[in-house]
Design a binder for this molecule. Structure first.
Ligand code: E4P
Length: 226
């Protein structure tokens, strides 16, 4: 499973990228608003993220009609070669995704919650589909079970475009709230988990790692002083 960072914060992206395991970034309007982003600076900001990350960077459309989504998607895709256009999973989004995919523009269908939504996203030519785990949990449903169903359903079929393996749809486990979500997403076979920076840090933490390191360093002090 690959790790994407779910943020629009340049400092977080720069720091996570320096760890050497970051495969991409996802943003959304909420994440851009959270960093105090301004409308006029949005394309330049996406460009800055794209320069920091060696991998796909999802930038979300906010139009709700297919023509508008397509126009916005083309403009976003023109910012940098690693931009992926994020489109909501709905009728107008599906139609726009087909047009964008036909033009060779990669689409990440977002706000996906059900198996039929994911299958339709795949049929429309989406390169990525993002099932939201945490938001199901927030509403007292089991988000991981829904993620599992989507992974199983997509794996039942061959969505490889003309036999090109790396063009096949990938599942991005999104709305990730904890390291346990990451663990379970990997065990369920999600291709990617997009995680907030605080969760990415938690993924590297374990009390036995901390106590083990302390004892190794203490023992090395004994060696030094022997
Ligand atoms: C996915 O691409 C979304 O940006 C994100 O994971 C949404 O997560 P949230 O439910 O924490 O807002």
């Amino acid at each position: 499973m690959k790790f994407f960072l779910d943020t629009a914060d340049l400092n977080e992206i720069e720091e996570a990228a320096s760890w050497g395991a970051l495969a991409g970034v996802t943003t959304n309007p909420t994440l851009y608003a959270r960093i105090g982003g301004r409308l006029a600076d949005f394309p330049a900001h996406i460009g800055r993220i794209c320069a920091l990350v060696d991998g796909p960077v999802s930038a979300e459309t906010v139009e709700t009609r297919r023509d508008g989504i397509v126009e916005e998607g083309r403009a976003l895709a023109a910012i940098a070669p690693n931009v992926v256009v994020k489109v909501p999973t709905m009728v107008e989004g599906l139609a726009a995704t087909r047009t964008l995919a036909n033009e060779g523009i990669r689409v990440n269908m977002t706000l996906c919650f059900t198996v039929p939504q994911a299958l339709l996203a795949a049929r429309s030519g989406a390169r990525y589909v993002s099932p939201f785990v945490g938001r199901f949990d927030d509403s007292s449903e089991d988000g991981l079970e829904h993620l599992s169903n989507i992974v199983i359903a997509l794996n039942n079929y061959d969505f490889t475009k003309a036999g090109v393996a790396d063009e096949s749809i990938e599942v991005i486990a999104a709305s990730i709230r904890s390291a346990n979500h990451v663990t379970q997403a990997a065990l369920l076979g999600a291709d990617i988990a997009t995680v907030p920076f605080n969760v990415l840090k938690k993924c590297l933490e374990h009390p036995l790692t901390t106590s083990g390191l302390t004892s190794f360093l203490n023992d090395w002090e004994k060696v030094r002083n022997a």
